[in-house]
Design a protein around this ligand. Structure first.
Ligand SMILES: Cc1cc2nc3c(=O)[nH]c(=O)nc-3n(C[C@H](O)[C@H](O)[C@H](O)COP(=O)(O)O)c2cc1C
Length: 197
C-alpha cells in the first residue's frame, strides 16, 4: 500500500506507529528514500556535536544473513534438547520480511563532559527522526530491541567500534494495510508537574 501523506508535523507525530515486519507489503524501498531517512537522522541534536549515531543498513540478501545471525545467537546449539525450530525459523526469517533493516549504534567518545546518557539520548532522537520521516513518506517502521540487541556479539556483527553500544534494529518496509490506531495508557497530564511560582 502506498503513502498516507500527512500535512503537518504534529499529525505525523501523532500518527506514527510501530508496524511490525509481518505487516509489511514485501515491496523494496528505493535507496534514495532510505538515504533521506538517514539524512534526517543526521540532523538530530547533540551535546558538543558528537553526532554519536552509527547506522548499519541491511538489504537484499544481507537480510537473510542478519536473520541467521540473530537466530543463531538466540539458539546457538541446534542439537540442544530444548532447541525450538519454530522460534529459530521465526527469528531467522523476520529481517527478510523487511525492505531494509538498520542496525542502530551509539559511538561513545572519550569526552568526560558528555556522559553516555546524553549520547544514548541523541541516538534515540536520531532514530525518532528516521521514524517520523519514514511515516511522513508513507513507510512503516519498527524499533526492535530485546536481549539480542545489546550483546557484544551484536556490536561486533554490526562492525561497531569496541566500547560502542548496539541499541537494536530498525525495520523498514511499506505498510500492507492502514497502520493501527495508537494508544497511550495515560494522558500527558498524568506525567507533567507545573510550577507557577
Ligand atoms: C527503544 C525502543 C525499543 C523498542 N523495542 C521493541 C521491541 O523489542 N519489541 C516490540 O515489540 N516493540 C518495541 N518497541 C516499540 C514499542 O513497543 C512501541 O513503540 C510502543 O508499543 C508504542 O507504539 P507506537 O510506536 O505505535 O506508538 C520499541 C520502542 C522503542 C522506543
Amino acid at each position: 500500500m502506498k503513502p498516507f501523506p500527512h500535512s503537518s508535523l504534529e499529525e505525523t507525530i501523532h500518527q506514527r506507529r510501530t508496524v511490525k515486519p509481518r505487516d509489511f507489503s514485501g515491496e523494496t524501498i528505493p535507496q534514495a528514500e532510505i538515504q533521506a531517512l538517514l539524512e534526517a537522522a543526521n540532523w538530530a541534536p547533540t551535546h558538543g556535536y558528537t553526532e554519536p549515531w552509527r547506522f548499519v543498513v541491511f538489504t537484499g540478501s544481507a537480510l537473510a544473513r542478519l536473520g541467521t545471525f540473530l537466530a543463531q545467537q538466540d539458539q546457538p546449539d541446534p542439537a540442544a534438547d530444548n532447541f525450538n525450530a519454530v522460534r529459530y525459523q521465526k527469528l531467522a526469517s523476520r529481517p527478510t520480511q523487511a525492505s531494509h533493516v538498520i542496525g542502530i549504534g551509539a559511538h561513545l567518545g572519550e569526552n568526560p563532559k558528555i556522559p553516555e546518557q546524553e549520547e544514548l539520548s541523541a541516538v534515540a532522537m536520531a532514530v525518532q527522526n528516521i521514524w517520523l520521516t519514514a511515516h511522513a513518506r508513507g513507510l512503516a517502521g519498527y524499533w526492535s530491541s530485546g536481549a539480542l540487541a545489546y550483546t557484544e556479539a551484536t556490536r561486533r556483527f554490526l562492525g561497531l567500534a569496541e566500547g560502542d553500544r548496539s541499541l537494536g534494529f530498525f525495520y523498514l518496509g511499506y505498510p500492507a494495510k492502514e497502520p493501527p490506531r495508537g494508544r497511550r495508557l495515560s494522558g500527558i497530564d498524568d506525567k507533567v508537574t507545573w510550577h507557577y511560582e
